[in-house]
Each structure stands twice: as structure tokens, then as C-alpha cells.
Design a protein around this ligand. Structure first.
Ligand code: PLP
Length: 383
């Protein structure tokens, strides 16, 4: 019996143990220490663009801090991509604000400038402008952020980048996480690099960063006694986990290349199957292929994404449908949504395949065979 193939596994580089060992040797086993400081500096240096980093306990926590720093509160609206993981949305609810869901475009599967323009014009007319817009960079690919940023600026809406899935991607020569004034990352265990669990805030706004740092640390004021002027969170990252992050950062570029190579092999393997369409790579940057995602055209392929996921599960291979859009979640029935049919179609036709950077060619061969089997297209057979 061959081993289970997972969707996206942690992939250590080797140096992580050295940094973790240093934390043990020096007894920095808390939420302060040299690995935290080093990770924040090294992450910001890697990304460039003058951003500063705050390492925290998760991407969701990072977004919560950012939205609070932007003054989002009860009665506010926050626009957010509908095609995303729920972690992009929960912090809006934590602050008592209302999400407004935005549809995707086919070119990148992310929110489009045209839709943002249309939505904000109408919202300005009806006096319902959102305070912020959270643009998600899905599956490792950047949204077309420059025109979106220009439109947001015109309407006084603050742009936030949810780069949880896109670390390592570029947009017009810049790194993801640096193309808006406020961005967040996730280092959850399934991401392109991981701290087992963790996240980061990225911003050039030093004052906002200082406030978020304080909130993340229980809102402790710089005083000898425990002094609090505002409510806080326990959101700091541990110095042990930051050591894992420091090691992981050193192999991030390799991980992008490896995931892209996994994607290339899938693309070649399915090139002859009519109706199988790989997620496109927009011309404005580099897609990390954090996950390889393909769609099945129902006019050409009988099997649905669910059929494929279930067939692969029988071979002990983990695949997933594309995110169920937020506007189609029972949780958000009745929530305002601007369009949504593109995201719905991607959800109904899309499958995420095992994409680990450590996936061997043999394992990938198993996945390819299983997918072809599920599509009733075993090698050498045509429909
Ligand atoms: C797009 C997106 N946003 C936010 C998050 C939340 O990050 P975390 O799991 O670190 O809280 C995730 C994933 O985990 C994500 O995929």
C-alpha cells in the first residue's frame, strides 16, 4: 500500500532546526527573542519595498489587527473577495462590520479592477462606501492590484492585501505583500512556507505598526506595571516558531520553483484532455502555483470536481474543490454580494490537486493516473 498523498505539506529546508535549537539553548522560549526579531527583519528584507513586518500567531489574527488599525468598527462595510477562505472574512465580523462580497474575474480568479470601479461608483452614489477593501491573491496568484489601488484611492477606500496564499508571487516586479499599504501573510502548515501556524502584518505605516504590535501583546503599555489603555489580544508569534520561519525563508525561492515544476508536469500530463483547463497565469507577474488548480468544462468532461475528489480519495490522494465562495456560505445568506457568478462557476468546476513542493515524480505520476482514471481517460484511451 503506497503512502497517502496530501494536498500541501510542510517542507523543511534544514536550517529551521538550527534556529529552533538556538531558542532552546538560549532559553528564549516565549513570545520575545532573537528569532522573532530576526524573522521580522529578514521577512521585510526579502519582500523589499520599504515594508516592515510584525510576526503574529496566524493570518487571521494579522487581518484582525490591520482592520482594527484602519478603524473598522460597528456599522462599517468592508469589501472582500468572495472566492476565498473564511479567514479573510472572520476579522470583519470580529469588529462588528459587514462584509460585502466581490466576484472574481476569469483572467486571474481574483477581484477585478472593472468590478471594483463599478461597485465603488455605485456605493458612492448610494452613500454606502466600504471603509476598506480586502483583495485576496488566490492560490499563489496576484490580483491586478495597481488599477484597484487607484480606484480605492479615488473613493477614499483603504486597500488591504490578503497575501496569505501568495507569498513568493510577484506583481510587475514587486513582491506580494508590498503592493498595498497594509498586507497580511499566513504561515499555516499548508502554505508555501510555514511556521506550523503563524502570520504576519506588513506595512510601511510605522505608527500603525507600533499600535498593532502593542495590541498583539495584550495592549501592554511601556510601563513597569501592567498598564492598559485599550483592549488587547494575545497574538504574538512564539520565538520557537519564528525560528522555523527563519529557516523557511531561506528556501522560499526554491519552493516557488518546485511548486511551479509540479504545475508544469500536471499541465503537460493533461494537455490532451479536452475540457481540462489549468488556472491561467496573468501576464502581470509570477504565479507561485501554491496550489495547482484546474477546471473541468461540463460540456466536455462528464466527471464533476466532487467525482474527482472522491475518486482520488479512494486511492488515498487528497484533492479539494475550489473554495466555496463566501456569498454561497450558509453563514452569509443574505449578505450583500456584487456579482458572484464567476466565483460560483469556478467553485462548481474547479479542483485543487496535490501540490507540495516535496511531491516526488512517482507520487505525481500516481495523482495523474488517478485523475485520468476519474475522467475515464486512462493512458492510451480516448473518449
Ligand atoms: C486567503 C486566506 N486568507 C486568510 C487565511 C488565514 O490564515 P491563517 O490560517 O494563518 O489564520 C488563509 C489561510 O489559512 C487564506 O488562505
Amino acid at each position: 500500500m503506497s503512502a497517502r498523498i496530501h494536498l500541501s505539506l510542510p517542507h523543511m529546508g534544514g536550517e529551521e532546526r538550527l534556529f529552533v535549537g538556538e531558542a532552546f539553548d538560549s532559553n528564549w522560549l516565549s513570545t520575545v527573542g532573537p528569532n522573532i526579531d530576526g524573522f521580522e527583519v529578514e521577512l521585510a528584507r526579502y519582500l523589499g519595498g520599504g515594508v516592515r513586518a510584525l510576526a503574529v500567531s496566524s493570518g487571521t489574527a494579522a487581518l484582525h489587527l490591520v482592520l482594527r488599525a484602519l478603524g473598522v468598527g460597528r456599522g462599517d462595510r468592508v469589501a472582500v473577495s468572495t472566492l476565498t477562505f473564511a479567514g479573510s472574512v472572520w476579522p470583519i465580523l470580529y469588529l462588528g462590520a459587514e462584509p460585502v462580497f466581490l466576484d472574481s474575474e476569469m483572467k486571474s480568479w481574483n477581484v477585478s479592477a472593472a468590478l471594483v470601479d463599478e461597485y465603488l461608483r455605485e456605493a458612492a452614489r448610494s452613500n454606502t462606501l466600504p471603509k476598506a477593501l480586502v483583495a485576496v491573491h488566490l492560490y499563489g496568484q496576484h490580483a491586478d492590484i495597481d488599477p484597484i489601488a487607484a480606484i480605492c484611492e479615488k473613493f477614499g477606500v483603504i486597500l488591504v492585501e490578503d497575501a496569505a496564499e501568495s507569498l513568493g508571487a510577484t506583481y510587475r516586479g514587486r513582491h506580494t505583500g508590498t503592493t498595498a499599504n497594509f498586507s497580511i501573510l499566513s504561515f499555516n502548515g499548508n502554505k508555501i512556507i510555514t511556521t506550523t501556524g503563524g502570520g504576519a502584518v506588513l506595512t510601511r505605516d510605522e505608527m500603525a505598526l507600533a499600535r498593532m504590535r502593542k495590541w498583539a501583546n495584550q495592549s501592554r503599555e511601556p510601563a513597569v506595571e501592567y498598564l492598559h489603555r485599550e483592549y488587547g489580544f494575545n497574538y504574538r508569534m512564539s520565538n520557537v516558531l519564528a525560528g522555523i520561519g527563519r529557516g523557511q525563508l531561506r528556501v522560499l525561492d526554491d519552493r516557488v520553483q518546485q511548486r511551479r515544476a509540479v504545475f508544469d508536469r500536471y499541465r503537460e500530463a493533461f494537455a490532451d484532455i479536452p475540457g481540462v483547463v489549468m488556472q491561467p497565469e496573468a501576464d502581470w507577474g509570477t504565479h507561485t502555483r501554491w496550489l495547482t488548480v484546474l477546471t473541468l468544462d461540463p460540456n466536455e468532461v462528464q466527471a464533476t470536481p466532487r467525482d474527482v475528489v472522491e475518486a482520488l480519495a479512494k486511492d488515498d490522494i487528497e484533492a479539494r474543490p475550489v473554495w466555496r465562495p463566501m456569498h454561497l456560505q450558509p453563514m452569509f445568506t443574505g449578505a450583500p454580494s456584487i456579482g458572484g457568478s464567476v466565483a460560483q462557476r469556478l467553485f462548481e468546476t474547479g479542483v485543487c490537486l496535490p501540490s507540495s513542493s516535496s511531491l516526488t515524480e512517482g507520487e505525481q505520476g500516481r495523482v495523474i493516473e488517478a485523475v485520468r482514471g476519474a475522467l475515464a481517460l486512462m493512458p492510451g484511451r480516448t473518449r
